[in-house]
Design a protein around this ligand. Structure first.
Ligand code: ADP
Length: 539
């Protein structure tokens, strides 16, 4: 028997329509690329999205067309998200930190017809636009006065483009399975692969993200997503804030400790989200200048493992609840989030941190299992570990132009991460498959070693890589970036680790470096470190 409920498609346009109707005055605040702070309400954002949709239609943009963006988190990028997906086209966000050849690859692979860029990225698009076969024009996200000089042919000013167009647009109703946005994986190995989100998945993911045990969004919250809108839709935050009327604060191009701190405090942000490298800068700034966080309640740390020392710093030193999170571009991207039960909150600090260091529990909408090499499911006992596989309505079923992918063998998506899952559903990442150190037939988790090393006061950042070894296959090398003003001593660091790990886990050597190569998504680039140290001779 079929239920008797309306057949209403789940569309991205419904999110902004709802925000405008119910939370029209709620603020969206941006640090603009031009400099000043810009503020307006969801109703204004909806009007300007409609103007933009009319403008794009007048350029000949049709349903299904791919429209690129290379841009920071600002209100104009927010308008593009809703205008493009709302009219039935596909918003293709690109990561400006990728190599120009990869940008060109994505422009051509997606066959983008127009691309929106911030002023900052005009020189980048100038390098590749002429080779992008389908590209008809470049729209600079600024006003006439701030338009840069450029050699590009069809260069359009955003404010000129929308000016004069009606701020009312009849958002079309279409199949909820229609693609809404496109984001390529970073392509650390091989070419980037396109993850094609649907309207349906985006709305379902927003519901999940908004839940109390995930981000707990509502109109009494204020969120600052440091995670970029060019990477996995800023963890789905722009959609989920529209759904819930959460005040949204966007950092523009400035992600340094001082700029982030200013926004957190001035805008009374209650909740923020980003990768560990950003929080290292914020912590350093606050400590150096004796700053406190007056309004912030919670912080999500994800994208790479949150070091225990960082969780401790936010919880104990700054009084902010840490929610460790894990996800992937392929998962829209939220896959797990770590919230604690009241009983766990009351545990002694170290026991609580043991749980918080895990990546967390899957929210509704994500199913997880771990398997051995033969694909047999392993027990959820917190001890066994294996390949982490996931499935659910906002997890990709293939890639653009690569519908049949190896990662999707048995109806599950293989994350390429190795993990354990405990009896209460908390998942812990052991390592990325390709980062695990294989020593004498056993595995050493680079994440665990890095985490322990970062507990030493002289260590600001740590990375562990495997170095080829004639007898053991691979042995761990610990690379560290020192805390400012400290001079770490190798023997001292090794002694510190000695009673914390099995003897055969101890790194064979420690090397102090000035900084680590950071990839497009703010993560330490292990591939590049392995390349740099490939001829390193262990003592
Ligand atoms: P990229 O592969 O460029 O990093 P993604 O953001 O999609 O792009 O990366 C997803 C991967 O990031 C995961 O498969 C996992 O290896 C890693 N990751 C994400 N969050 C965490 C976390 N909290 N702890 C450890 N690894 C994480």
């Amino acid at each position: 028997m079929r239920g008797l409920m309306m057949d209403t498609p789940l569309l991205v346009s419904s999110l902004i329509r709802h925000a405008a109707a119910v939370y029209g005055d709620q603020e969206i605040v941006s640090r603009t690329v031009e400099g000043p702070i810009h503020r307006y309400g969801y109703a204004d954002a909806h009007h300007r999205s409609q103007q933009l949709a009319n403008a794009l239609a007048s350029l000949g943009v049709e349903a299904g067309d791919r429209i690129g963006t290379i841009a920071w988190n600002t209100y104009r990028h927010f308008e593009i998200y809703f205008a493009v997906s709302g009219m039935g086209a596909v918003c293709h966000t690109m990561n400006p930190r990728l190599h120009p050849s990869q940008i060109l690859y994505m422009l051509n692979h997606a066959e983008d017809r127009y691309v929106f860029v911030d002023q900052t990225f005009v020189p980048l698009i100038e390098q590749v636009a002429s080779q992008a076969a389908a590209l008809k024009g470049v729209i600079v996200m600024t006003d006439r006065a701030s338009m840069p000089d450029s050699t590009l042919e069809n260069l359009i000013c955003y404010e000129d483009l929308i000016d004069g167009h009606s701020d009312s647009f009849e958002w079309p109703e279409f199949d909820e399975w229609t693609a809404s946005s496109l984001c390529y994986t970073s392509g650390t190995t091989g070419n980037p692969k396109g993850v094609l989100y649907s309207n349906r998945a985006t709305v379902l993911h927003s519901l999940t993200v908004a839940m109390p045990s995930v981000l707990n969004l509502s109109d009494s919250e204020c969120i600052l997503p440091i995670v970029p809108m060019f990477h996995a839709n800023a963890w789905g935050i722009p959609y989920a804030t529209a759904m819930t009327g959460t005040k949204l604060v966007m950092p523009g191009a400035r992600l340094d400790g001082e700029a982030v701190y200013e926004l957190l405090n001035d805008e009374r942000v209650t909740f923020t989200a980003g990768v560990p490298t950003v929080w290292i800068m914020l912590l350093a700034y606050m400590r150096e200048h004796g700053k406190k966080l007056n309004h912030l309640d919670r912080i999500v740390i994800g994208g790479s493992a949150a070091p225990r020392s960082m969780i401790r710093a936010f919880e104990e030193e700054f009084g902010v609840e840490v929610r460790h999170g894990w996800g992937m571009t392929e998962m829209s991207p939220v896959g797990a989030i770590n919230t604690l039960s009241p009983a766990m909150r009351a545990l002694p600090e170290e026991e609580r941190l043991d749980i918080q260091s895990k990546q967390g529990r899957p929210p509704f909408g994500v199913e997880m299992k771990i398997t051995d090499d033969a694909g047999n499911a392993l027990p959820h006992d917190g001890v066994a570990y294996g390949e982490l596989k996931v499935k659910g309505p906002f997890i990709c079923s293939g890639y653009l132009g690569l519908e049949e992918s190896e990662a999707h063998a048995d109806g599950w998506f293989d994350t390429n991460d190795v993990a354990s899952i405990d009896g209460q559903g908390y998942m812990q990442i052991v390592d990325r498959k390709k980062d695990i150190i294989k020593s004498g037939g056993e595995w050493i988790s680079s994440i665990d070693l890095e985490d322990l090393a970062m507990g030493h006061p002289d260590v600001m950042q740590a990375a562990v890589i495997g170095i080829a070894h004639p007898k053991w296959d691979e042995r761990p090398l610990l690379l560290i970036v020192p805390t400012s003003g400290r001079t770490p001593n190798k023997q001292d660091i090794l002694s510190y680790l000695e009673d914390k790990v099995a003897k055969w886990w101890l790194p064979d050597d420690v090397v102090v470096v000035e900084s680590f190569p950071i990839g497009g998504t703010g993560k330490v680039l292990k591939t590049e470190l392995r390349e740099q140290f490939k001829n390193y001779e262990l003592p």
